[in-house]
Design a protein around this ligand. Sequence first.
Ligand SMILES: [Fe+2]
Ligand SMILES: [Fe+2]
Length: 473
Amino acid sequence: MFTVRAGIGDNLKYMTDPEVADQIIDVLLVFTEMALLDSVHREVESHFKRPLVATRFQSLLDAVDHLEKTKKQYGLIVFEHKSTSMTILRAFLEVGGSAAYILCGPDGTLIQGIDGSDTPIEFIHTDSILQELGKTINRLEVTGRIPLMRREESDYIVIRPDYLPSMGPLEATVYAQLIEGHYVPVFNKGDLVERQEVEKFLESKKLTHFYFRREDCTKMLVTRQQELDRAISKEPVDEKATTKSVELAHGMVRDVVNSMGFTPEAQKVAITSVSATIKLMGSKPKLSTILVDLKNKEGNYLTAHSLILGKAACALAFKLGWTSNTTYFKLTLAAFLHDLALNDDRLAVVFSLDKASESGSFTPEELKEIRMHSNKAADHARSMSEVPSDVEQIVAQHHERPDGTGFPRGLNAKFITPLSALFIIAQDLIEYSQNFKSKEVDLTSYFDAREAYFNAGVFRKIFHALKNDLKIL
Ligand SMILES: [Fe+2]
Ligand SMILES: [Fe+2]
């Protein structure tokens, strides 16, 4: 059975921003009796119509201990408090942070005793926990204190058609939805499908994408994980095989994230892909080599772009003397994630929202998707366990610009962090290189052309340091 979990940040955001309503939340359950703990868990799952991994405790003190140590931000906490002790209750609410709470117990007046706390708590009497739980969670959802979750859980996961030819022999049967709710197999496991064949089929049926079964998707993520683990353990590293594994992994994670959320399996694949990319890149990444790769790249644009951007950002970091593994990890992971929320490669080449809008080539929905994708991807970054918060910030800021003309927030240089600034410069450099006619990119012309543009705040220092000695880039 497939399980999901993800984090939730600031609850308020969900009140104003229905775009993030697909979020899945982390759930904490505390009930003394195991049987009740199980029933409550099942009840929460049946309310959300999906299996949920919940963190469970049988004592409030153990839960306090856990909350003190964990970095996880719970979205929903359902707990039992049978005694009248306010001390333990206050301690619990304090460490639980901004979660939405449901207190189950014999005495509802306890809630009024929590003075000075601005945490709204729902109360359910001990006698009616299972009867009231669904309604209570629903109340939290409609008031925006927890995100509304997707209800129609399909057994089929949307797959972008361009993923299929890159797979080689298909690892699972591919389905098409010809009539609403009816999925028919169109390519069998083991088939080798060609791009033209895929396009012809879609065109004849007026469809835009295919499906894998949910369970097959999970199995394939495990296969991706095993391939990556094998690739990463080989000495010396097999460059071609590892690159292929990372590319397939990126494509798979992208489809899974957009259909099922950032599942633990997908997170693990993402992290291992990042380690594999760093291993391929080595400790002294060289920009000129990376940019040549960019010119030779075939296959899925968004995947190639994400992997090369990570390497380019690390090469710039190396030049600045920011050579720690942690910095490489943050930049490479941010690059892996930054455009994951985009469903269409066409949208990934947009660097200016104004120009995109003027061009008339995008629908209002597509423009909205472009505007929202940094925040959505940042939510994915935030949902990962044990990932430095800088990653989320880089992802959220990757389309901001030094003069404040970027999106989604239009931040100017003052509000952009050094790591984000470096990432933005790397992305700008890649955009420039893509449009550069000859095979070898003239870095001098790039740094001359963009100097004035990056002459602001934290960008200025970074840009000048990079420009100073282009030879070693
Ligand atoms: Fe991008
Ligand atoms: Fe982007």
